[in-house]
Design a protein around this ligand. Sequence first.
Ligand code: PLP
Length: 373
Amino acid sequence: MPRPIEALVHLDAIAQNFAAVRERARGRKIWAVVKANAYGHGLERVLRALDAADGLALLDLAEAARARAAGWRKPIVLLEGVFQPADLDEVVRLRLTVTVHEPRQLEWLAHARPASPIDVYLKANTGMNRLGFAGEAGQRALQALQALPQVRVAAVAMHFANADAPADYTGAARAEQQWQRFTQTFSDWRGERSVSNSAALFLRDDIKDHWVRPGIALYGGTPVTGTPACAFGLRAAMTLRSRLIAAQSVAVGQGVGYGSRWVARRPTRVGIVACGYADGYPRHAPDGTPVLVAGRRVPIAGRVSMDMLTVDLTEAPHAEVGSPVELWGARLPIDSVAEASGTVGYELMCALAPRVPVRVLDATDKEEGDAHG
Ligand SMILES: *Cc1c(COP(=O)(O)O)cnc(C)c1O
């Protein structure tokens, strides 16, 4: 028998989240962001639930090739563009849209002689200060691209640094400033714009773009730190679950796990879960991080190790060896685990380790997935 750990990918949740996104987008087209192997869910797996998307957004030529091999015929945009001139041959062969964020990429396009024009996304740096042309350089890059017959400028794009900021926080002012800079830089541009990530899509009504780029919302993570995903009508697409494989009675003063980080202050029953950092669980999860054992929320007690983690079973007296454990999923939001661990749901999803077996559930499998018999 394999270790009891497994991840479930709920395609019905992804389809439902996509529908929520479609409704929020109010007629705008949707790039489903599937970078990083669909935020850890598996690119080929999620495509089945995203067939209504207008395009896929990702980073890797290899992932683009996988999407084409899986039968995806609609547009695919490379969010960071190409990394060397030779990549443009693949771009043509796979019919990709490329982001241009840097003068070198513009140079490579100027020397390319594709059989048909390459679709380009021009990326502006409006305050994130990661990728893109800032200020007037954006305007000049646009003119340079428009002068190239081998290029078709499909849209101008930007990315928010603070789209998830509540209205009373200075981050909101920064987001506003980014949007203003963007509209000023491209005030003469009459073509399409692509701006909104999940947070901007769900929080802002004033962004006039044509293509939105939601990622985290599709997978049921919250787009807005501090607000549960369910408040936006989003459902967890990933469940990570396992079982108790042992239990220990720990006497007062005894420690649990490496470094004896957790020490019993009263006689305590501790459960051992078959899930560790080699499965993708965050090693830095502190004592108190919630874990669902036999339907009860119990706290982590002791340092997460490679293959196991330990929980205080005081609040789950009925739990026994073999009891089901949910690390995150429908009943224990991944964002709660992330918050306790000082990270975001994004990182936890993406870190799901290859050694964890994944089961894909369609709507009809829902009962089986939930029962964890
Ligand atoms: C990852 C990414 C997104 C998606 O962001 P979410 O917060 O997951 O919605 C959108 N646009 C760009 C450029 C990205 O890199």
